[in-house]
Design a protein around this ligand. Structure first.
Ligand code: NAP
Length: 263
C-alpha cells in the first residue's frame, strides 16, 4: 500500500500519474490531510482511501510525504517511531536527505523532485537515495514511480538546479504558450484553437529534442530556410533578448531555491 500524507497539488499530480501509469490500483493508495475534506475530495475523485495520518502510516509500506517543506521535519519527528521501518519518499524542496535523517538516523529516506506533468506521465522525477535504502527498497520505489516520465537518479548537489529547470519551468512554458496563442488570435484564429495549436507545437518540439537526441540548434536549422519566414521570427527573438531572458529567469529561480535550501 502507498500512503500519502498531505492531499494538495503535488499529491493529486502523483496520484493521477500513478493511476494513469497503472503501476498501482486506486485501492492500493491511502491519503490523509490535516484538513480532512481535502483527502476526502481526492478519495471521491480517484477512488483512493482517505484516513488519518497515523492510519496511513500503519497501513502502508511506502509513504509519500507531500506536505509543504516547513511541515516536513515536524511530521517526521512526530511519527518517527511508526515511520522507522517504512520507505519514506519526500517531495519537499529544500529539505536535504541529511536534514531528514538527522530527525532519526534509522529513517529510510528517498528525496525526490517531481514536477506537475507527472500527472500525465510526462513529468520529470529526479531522486536521491538516503543511507538506509536497501536494494529491495529501491526496486519497490521504482516499481511505483518510474513510469511518471523521465525518472532519474541524481547527485543531491544537483537537485536545486533540477528543481529550477523542471519544477519551475512549466510556469514559463505556460506563459509562452499563452503568448503564442495571443499571436494566433491576433492573426484571426479562435482562442481555443490557437491554444491547442501552440501547446501541440511546444509538446512536439520538446518531443523531437527528447526522443531523437538531436541538438536543438540542429533541429532549429532544419526548419529555417534561407530568406524564409522562420528566420524573420528568429531574428526578432534575438533582437528582444529572449535567450538571455530565459537563461536569467531560470538562474533567478535557482538562486531563490538555494536560499530556501539554506533556511
Ligand atoms: N507544486 C509543485 O509544482 C511542486 C513541485 C515539486 C515539489 N513540490 C513539493 O510538494 C510539496 C507539497 O506542495 P503542494 O504544492 O502540493 O502544496 P499544497 O497544495 O499546499 O499541499 C500540501 C498539503 O499538505 C497538507 N499538510 C500540511 N501539513 C500536514 C500534516 N502534518 N499532515 C497532513 N497534511 C498536512 C496541507 O493541508 P492544509 O491545507 O490543511 O494545511 C496541504 O493540503 C511541497 O513540499 C513542495 O516543495 C511541489
Amino acid at each position: 500500500m502507498l500512503g500519502i500524507i498531505g492531499a494538495g497539488n503535488m499529491a493529486e499530480a502523483m496520484i493521477a500519474g500513478i493511476l494513469k501509469s497503472k503501476t498501482l490500483d486506486s485501492k492500493d493508495i491511502i491519503v490523509s490531510n490535516y484538513n480532512k475534506s481535502k483527502a476526502e475530495k481526492l478519495s471521491s475523485k480517484y477512488g483512493v482511501a482517505a484516513a488519518e495520518n497515523i492510519d496511513v502510516i500503519k497501513n502502508s509500506s511506502i509513504i509519500l510525504l507531500a506536505v509543504k517543506p516547513y511541515a516536513l521535519l515536524n511530521t517526521l519527528e512526530l511519527y518517527q517511531n511508526e515511520l522507522a521501518d517504512k520507505v519514506i519518499v519526500s517531495v519537499a524542496a529544500g529539505i536535504s536527505v541529511s536534514d531528514m535523517e538527522n530527525v532519526n538516523t534509522r529513517l529510510k529516506i528517498i528525496r525526490t523532485m517531481p514536477n506537475t506533468p507527472v500527472q500525465i506521465c510526462e513529468g520529470v522525477l529526479a531522486y536521491v537515495y538516503g543511507a538506509n535504502i536497501a536494494e529491495n527498497d529501491k526496486t519497490f520505489f521504482q516499481s511505483i514511480f518510474s513510469k511518471l516520465g523521465m525518472f532519474i537518479e541524481i547527485d543531491e548537489s544537483k537537485i536545486d538546479a533540477v528543481s529550477s529547470l523542471t519544477g519551475c519551468s512549466p510556469a514559463y512554458i505556460y506563459q509562452i504558450i499563452e503568448a503564442m496563442s495571443d499571436a494566433g488570435v491576433r492573426m484571426g484564429l479562435p482562442r481555443e484553437l490557437a491554444i491547442s495549436l501552440s501547446a501541440m507545437a511546444v509538446q512536439g518540439s520538446g518531443g523531437m529534442v527528447y526522443n531523437t537526441g538531436t541538438h536543438p540548434a540542429v533541429l532549429k536549422d532544419k526548419v529555417t530556410s534561407p530568406a524564409g519566414s522562420t528566420i524573420e521570427g528568429l531574428a526578432e527573438l534575438e533582437s528582444k533578448g529572449v535567450r538571455g531572458a530565459v537563461i536569467s529567469a531560470l538562474y533567478k529561480a535557482y538562486e531563490k531555491t538555494l536560499l530556501f535550501s539554506k533556511k
